[in-house]
Design a binder for this molecule. Sequence first.
Ligand SMILES: [Zn+2]
Ligand SMILES: [Zn+2]
Length: 367
Amino acid sequence: MAREQEIREYLHTIPETGFNEHRTAAFLADALTRAGYQVTTGLGGKTGVVGILDSGVPGPVMGIRADIDALGHIIDGKPAALHSCGHDGHMAMALAAAESIIRDGLVKRGRLKIIFQPAEEIGLGAYSILESGVLDDVDYLIGQHVRPIEEAKNGQASPAMYYSACGTWEVDITGLRSHAARPHLGHNALDAAAATIAAVNAIHCDPRRSFSIKATRCLCDAGATNAIPDIAHLAFDLRAENNDTMQLLQERSQTAIEQAAAAYGCSATLTMTKFLPAAEYPEDMIALLADCIREVLGEDGLLPPLSTPGGEDFCHYVKAKPELKVGFFGLGCDLKPGLHAPDMTFDPAALTNGKNILLAAVKKILG
Ligand SMILES: [Zn+2]
Ligand SMILES: [Zn+2]
């Protein structure tokens, strides 16, 4: 069995959710140390791990980033962590590549950092890596994600994944409680909540750019059905294909929610959570990854850049360090029925393709 498959099989048995990846991090740190990397754990006070390889020759610093967390599911009524987003595969590709790089002496100049990032699913892991300073001297950063079969089949890969900007408004509406027999003395938070949903559904942005906003939670219960409720909690999920549209969507939805609530005598306070910016990549990095994919999978294996309404916290790096040359490829692996499905499976043989794309990129940047 290929080394990347062996690693993935083991990591699949120890799924851990964001910032709880202790066994996973220990395994990765140990394997990197054995391979000959200089390893630091606990990045940014969390569970990230970096392995550094210094060629001793001046040159650029390249990072390979793989996310390491599993998702929290509810299976048969019980909480369960599962690698249903394929991050076990990402770790396997990066670690197997890291081992090959040393074995085959691929780093001839500059330095290589293998960065294992925690907590991608909760959108906070990238911050812990940024805080640790591990990226301060990095010039190039490459990431990857396995893709559902509708986007890419085994033997195919895309040189750029255009993730959408996304975020959640958590909304608290406050009204005034009263007896249901005297509704004119209260301000009904439930009426206000319904009005905010209708107002949000009437928001328009330029239809040539994809976006969506929708209510995903509405909790309101006065405890009695003969009382006017004074508190409601809502959540709205926002997505947009680029950061400008996201900015507009945020501004318009905030106004809509605050004013719709005010129309019913209520106030609304909004907090933006789970915010992820949209992906942006320099053209030369897309071209570099396209060359790598061509070398590994042939011309037929090279897909165009792909857009997805999903979010990815790798995009925080781009936003925080615009000078960073970032690239992010999507790997086909016959993944079914979809990412985040508890019964998600993919063809592990495809991990060798991902590893080889990473090796090709290392040869181009540090060879
Ligand atoms: Zn995911
Ligand atoms: Zn993922």
